[in-house]
Design a protein around this ligand. Structure first.
Ligand SMILES: [Zn+2]
Length: 463
């Protein structure tokens, strides 16, 4: 049986259509999904939207649209955004999907049966941006560090609570004994430090939020949006894919995924995911990307300008995999022209032209493998290194051409080894597949032999 690989992304709230800040994670997940498929594994790639919670409810009200209509609209729009980036998800889950709602109710009952749910009263603060019950210790200058423009709300509510505190030791051991469970390592240390302050039980229902899944046997409450959303990882994939191999998410979602989710799973008697990887964020021209700052850019807008693979290349190479990164459109254009129009695009055009002029006849393409380094560095989430590696091969071929100058020689004086040159390009195309799938496909087709012809430039230069 083939090895399986189950990868998930965070599911986005539907208070607004996704922007380029959300897109980074989807692109990186797509690279991994495509890579594992090419390795012959059985892959399931899950993404989608979180349609519940107060944030979505308020957005629909503000837009004066029926909730269902709002949810349909944003979900469709998000899907379109993902498609513009060529994201090869196997399922786009909506937390209003029937099978999800049923799975959540079943999950609740399992946790309840374990004795881990009780009715209580919450007096504290809540960040609507995070949809999170937070504590004073979390605040920076009185605001949530991830939502500095929003004032956290004071809440006094009757809620159902989850006995989170019961799992404190379990979680400490999990993080200590399984360093691969939370990556990067700095995030694991952050979560261990949080655990060391002691865990308090957490509400898992809301009495005032209408848009949610009703609590079994108490429809005055809906299930807290995080308790509901995390379960999408189980309801979203065919049964035999659980446990997930990788949950990919932003650092703002870390606590729920690395501390609440494993405790919930343990309580329900289910297996834990293998790895949770939290990346950092893009800023745009030095500013946080946010609706309130009015600087949101959608993926489709970037794709229009730079093409799908132009955007993918930049995000994969310069994205915030392990630290915050500032994005500017000038830099994107610079990199596009240097690495894609000149680097890759120019090499492919040059070789194709030479093949055409010298009427090169070549055997059809065979089967290819990833460069050995790719597998190793991809496993370490070093996406930028993978591209550097491929671009080294590109520049080697460029050098080979410059040294041999085939355009100055003809017939018997020709020193170029056409087979090596063309096989080199074919290997590059194979290795590019997870990263720039459309471009890889075009090159593969152009160089499949026996004849090779010039085509339109892969990346027209941007002025
Ligand atoms: Zn927040």
């Amino acid at each position: 049986m083939n090895k399986k690989f189950y990868i998930t992304t965070a599911i986005d709230y539907i208070d607004d259509v996704m922007h380029i800040g959300h897109a980074y994670q989807k692109i990186v997940a797509d690279v991994l999904a495509r890579y594992h498929r090419l390795m012959g594994e059985k892959v399931f790639f899950l993404t989608g939207v979180d349609e519940h919670g107060g944030k979505a409810e308020e957005a629909a009200k503000k837009a004066r649209v029926e909730f269902k209509e709002w949810a349909d609209k944003i979900s469709q729009a998000n899907k379109k955004q993902l498609q513009s980036l060529n994201i090869s998800f196997d399922r786009f889950i909506r937390t209003t999907d029937q099978n999800h709602e049923k799975t959540v109710v079943d999950f609740w009952r399992r946790v309840e049966k374990k004795g881990d749910i009780y009715l209580g009263k919450y007096v504290g603060i809540y960040c609507q941006g995070c949809e999170g019950f937070i504590t004073k210790k979390d605040l920076v200058k009185g605001k949530c560090p991830y939502h500095p423009t929003k004032t956290p709300r004071r809440l006094t509510e009757k809620n159902y609570f989850f006995r989170w505190s019961k799992y404190e030791d379990f979680l400490k051991n999990l993080l200590k004994n399984h360093p691969e469970f939370v990556l990067p390592e700095s995030r694991r240390n952050e979560m261990l430090a949080f655990l060391n302050q002691g865990l308090e039980d957490v509400p898992i229902s809301r009495p005032s939020v209408k848009w949610g899944i009703p609590v079994p046997d108490d429809p005055d409450h809906t299930i807290y949006v995080w308790f509901d959303a995390l379960i999408n990882y189980i309801s979203g994939a065919p049964k035999d894919f659980w446990p997930a191999d990788l949950h990919l998410l932003g650092k703002d979602n870390l606590r729920w995924h690395t501390l609440l989710w494993p405790a919930m799973l343990k309580s329900a008697g289910l297996e834990l995911p293998k790895t949770v990887y939290a990346h950092d964020f893009f800023t745009l021209n030095g500013q946080k990307i946010s609706k309130s700052l009015g600087n949101i850019i959608r993926p489709t807008e970037l794709v229009k300008k730079f093409g799908t693979d132009g955007v993918r290349y930049y995000f994969i190479k310069y994205g915030p995999i392990a630290r915050d990164v500032d994005l500017t459109l000038e830099k994107l254009k610079e990199v596009y022209n240097a690495d894609l129009a000149n680097g890759l695009g120019n090499l492919v055009a040059r070789v194709a032209k030479l093949c055409e002029i010298y009427k090169v006849h070549i055997g059809k393409s065979g089967s290819y493998k990833f460069y050995p380094e790719i597998s190793e560095i991809l496993g370490k989430f070093r996406f930028e290194e993978c591209l550097k590696n491929i671009w080294e091969k590109i520049s080697n071929l460029d050098k080979y051409l410059d040294q041999n100058k085939p355009w100055e020689k003809s017939g018997i004086n020709q020193t170029i080894n056409w087979v090596n040159l063309i096989e080199g390009i074919r290997e590059i195309a194979f290795n590019l597949q997870p990263f720039l799938p459309k471009t890889a496909e075009k090159i593969k087709k152009q160089f499949q032999g026996p004849k090779i012809k010039s085509e339109k430039p892969l990346f027209p230069r941007l002025k």
